[in-house]
Design a protein around this ligand. Sequence first.
Ligand SMILES: Cc1cc2nc3c(=O)[nH]c(=O)nc-3n(C[C@H](O)[C@H](O)[C@H](O)COP(=O)(O)OP(=O)(O)OC[C@H]3O[C@@H](n4cnc5c(N)ncnc54)[C@H](O)[C@@H]3O)c2cc1C
Length: 443
Amino acid sequence: MNAHNAARDASARPRVVIVGGGFAGANVSHALQKKYRLFDITLVSEESYTTFNPMLAEVVGATVFPEHVIAPLRETTRRAQFVMGTVGRIDFTRKIVFCDTLKGEVEVPYDELVLAYGNRARVDLIPGMAEHAVVLKTVGDAMHIRNLVLRRLALIELESDPALRKCLGHFVVVGGGFSGVEVAGAIADSLREIRRYYPRVAADELKVTILQNGDRLLPELPDCLGEAARRSLEKRGVDVLTQTSAQAVAARSVQLDGGRTLDACTTICTIGTAPNALTARLSGIALERGRIVTQADLSVAGVDGVWAIGDCALVRNANGGLAPPTAQFAVAEAKHLSRNLIARARGRAAHPFAHTSRGMMATVGHLKGVAQIFGIRLAGLPAWMLWRAYYLSQMPTFGRKLRIFVEWTWGMFFPPDITHFRFTRSHELLRSDQTGVMPTQPN
Ligand SMILES: Cc1cc2nc3c(=O)[nH]c(=O)nc-3n(C[C@H](O)[C@H](O)[C@H](O)COP(=O)(O)OP(=O)(O)OC[C@H]3O[C@@H](n4cnc5c(N)ncnc54)[C@H](O)[C@@H]3O)c2cc1C
């Protein structure tokens, strides 16, 4: 890209190109900009914002707005260049990243390349999943599920068949890990709160079921916190089915192992991730389980000046085992890699990545959470507040922190928003006026 080459002529600083503006990439960009005299930094990401994935369940539950779980990347790239684009291929020999942008394909040359483009949701783990289930990975997914919940309630109001009413009101969440528990709790709380606006929907026509193939929820956390999550969900009417897995999903049912079938029009799958297609197009680097294998210092063997972090990378932690694909580790790897890049720019050696987990947290619904931090176990409101405080601390700029704090606090005391955003455009309305048929909506 000309602009990049011009920048190169004017400066001998190493060109650092970061692919992916998620937790990992945005934190590298942020840390390196503090040493902006050392680097010429370019961040390339397909969206113009970082998504706080752990908060997506709250968007589903309509306790926060979508804008409250994202951070615009341009706000934090004042000393870097931001390119909104999708990287489709990389030439490791010529050291060029090719990305598809609003202007077509753009070439971005690099000296140091940071791969931090995360992974994708897997949609084909169970027969029928791709056609009939929804997944939660992006803000778009979260808004879609939120609208789906509101449409189901609107449909129940209009439906006279009692069996179909119950089927429409049944939400099945597949997966009892962090996102499954978070989304099941968020939907249960949201249904309880918003039912008041749907007077022809009875409480016993609404139900949430969570399926977990293991013997308890939240296997990443200690037993007692998994048990606390179960109690909290059950107290709010969620049916928790452990040792149960979904075998097939259809438009109005979920088939379980053991032959049982649940009648439900909405299935939300929170299991499984798939590698980003870009990974398969990278030649000459080692992959394991669809992730880029990194060396101890987070560099990638066999290609000069390439580093990988976050969910797209398989990172070995010098403190033991593999680094888990979590936000906490993505941030820790980003900070460590930034220190290594600074060391390299100053002619010093890079260090192996080592991080000791500070703990784990999850929400179990609105104002409820479970956490283990520095060995201390918490449940309920304190855990939820700690969880919120952590993600607030990750928001960039004081102005955004303050705004989000005020808006999140507002949301704590008022019922969820039931606005059904349809983004209907005028030409669709004009067509609808002609035909008398309402603009189509995905189910
Ligand atoms: C619903 C959900 C709930 C979660 N809950 C928790 C939790 O409670 N606790 C926890 O620790 N972790 C949680 N996680 C996991 C956590 O979000 C991830 O581990 C973390 O986001 C990884 O950061 P990353 O930067 O590697 O990837 P991501 O945050 O996914 O960022 C990758 C970025 O790269 C961009 N990108 C992708 N492909 C390209 C391309 N070809 N070109 C340019 N840009 C590209 C993407 O748009 C994205 O911005 C959750 C994840 C989900 C989906």
